[in-house]
Each structure stands twice: as C-alpha cells, then as structure tokens.
Design a protein around this ligand. Structure first.
Ligand code: PGA
Length: 240
C-alpha cells in the first residue's frame, strides 16, 4: 500500500483529484468506481471544478458505484443514486445512462445483485474510489464479510446505522439493509484510492495497514491488491 499522509481534509481531496484527473486525461473513456459518504465529496467538488474550467470531460466516462440502501427509491434524498446525481453527475457532462448504482428496490434483490456483479465484470474499473467505515468496512462490507464476496445484500451493523444517522431525521429512519459490491468485486479494480479523514477513522486506518489481514477488518483485504493509494489526513493517520 502506498500511504500518503496529508495535512488536512482539503489536501486529501487535492491529492485524490490529482490522481483521478491524470487517469481521466490519459484515458477519456475510463471506468470509474465511485463511492458515497462525506469523505469523497471534496474529490467530487474538484472534479466538477475541473469540468467547469474545461480541464476534464466525462463525455465518454462510465461509472459504477459501490452500494445502495435497500428500500430507498432513487428520488429519496438519502439514496446513494440521489447522492451521486446531486454531488457529481448533475454537474458534469457524463451520460447518466452510463452511470450505475446497485438497485435497492428490486423485487428480487439478490437477482439484481448478481446482475450487478456481471455488469462490474463487463466493465473493468480503471480506478476505484473508497472510503472506510469506523469499523473498517469498505462499501457496506461489514466485519466478517468473506473476502471472496461478490455483490450481495447485507444487514447493516448498529455502529454503521449510528454513523449514518446524522443524515436522517432519526436513527429509526436509517435503512436496516443495503446492497453492496463484495470485497472480491472491489478488488477487481485496476487501481484503488482509499480516502479517510478525521480521528474517528484512526483505528480503522491503523488496523487496515498494520493489523492482521482478516475478515474482522474488511479494509485489510486491500493489502492483497497490487496498486492501492491510501490518502489520509493527520487525524486519520494519528495511530500509524
Ligand atoms: P464517510 O463514510 O466518508 O461518510 O465517513 C465512509 C464509509 O462508511 O465508507
């Protein structure tokens, strides 16, 4: 793993932008693996700015997101499709038909998940953006998820629902289930960029880098991948 410690969250976003912008410039039809959450928002703001300044075009870019809540329609302002439209896709020249987010409202969720795994296999990601949960999860792969998992339905841990309750009126409104790309599917990306900021990520970042490679810390699976940049601020790096 290539660990890059930056002074603050803005510098983390600057560094992530630099790498992603280089990939898009070198390969205008790149496939991007995208993530929701607060941490990648700084990167998305910079991608929008790069587009507005005429430095980047997303016209031929395709994307695959990691996960989606079960039961929230695309129009719900906490659905991850809504988040992606609002924080990135609505502000750039990407063809929305070429942006993919797992479906959390299908009648047969596992069938839709299997289709998503096939879709991911058919469009290899040039780069995958990841955040990390305070419990070491990547996407919604909670501790205990097998490393050979593909897209599947998960029951969210209470800690994850608590972490995400800040976006909902109350914790009772946070969905109990989600559909997520599995760890094996994530590791199929050619390159991975994990961004983490803040002291509440310090333990997870430490365990990912220095703990055992174990299902107890899903992010530790990234150590099995040959090209991972971990971009963290000083707070998230505090225990390294
Ligand atoms: P965050 O989420 O960026 O909102 O902290 C990260 C995650 O849970 O993967």
């Amino acid at each position: 793993m290539n660990v890059i410690v930056c002074n603050n969250a803005e510098a983390v976003a600057d560094k992530a932008y630099e790498i992603v912008a280089d990939i898009i410039t070198a390969k205008p039809d790149a496939v991007l693996g995208l993530a929701t959450g607060s941490t990648p928002v700084g990167l998305y703001r910079r991608l929008i700015e790069g587009y507005r300044q005429g430095k980047l075009s997303f016209r031929k870019i395709r994307s695959l997101n990691l996960d989606e809540y079960v039961g929230l329609p695309e129009t719900h302002d906490q659905s991850y499709r809504y988040f992606m439209n609002d924080n990135l896709f609505d502000h750039i020249d990407i063809d929305k038909a070429e942006t993919h987010v797992p479906c959390g409202t299908a009648d047969d969720l596992q069938k839709a998940a299997d289709e998503y795994t096939r879709l991911a296999a058919s469009m290899p990601r040039d780069v995958q953006i990841l955040g990390i949960g305070s419990n070491g999860h990547i996407a919604f792969n909670e501790p205990g998820t097998p490393f050979d998992s593909e897209t599947h339905i998960v029951t969210l841990k209470e800690s994850t629902r608590r972490d995400n309750a800040r976006f909902f009126a109350s914790i009772d409104e946070v969905p109990t289930h989600a559909v997520t790309m599995g760890i094996k599917t994530i590791l199929n990306a050619k390159k991975i960029i994990l961004v983490a900021t803040g002291t509440n990520k310090a333990d997870a970042v430490y365990n990912m880098i220095n703990g055992p490679i174990s299902e107890d810390c899903p992010a530790s699976a990234l150590r099995n991948h040959p090209d991972v940049d971990v971009i963290v601020d000083r707070d998230a790096a505090a225990k390294l």
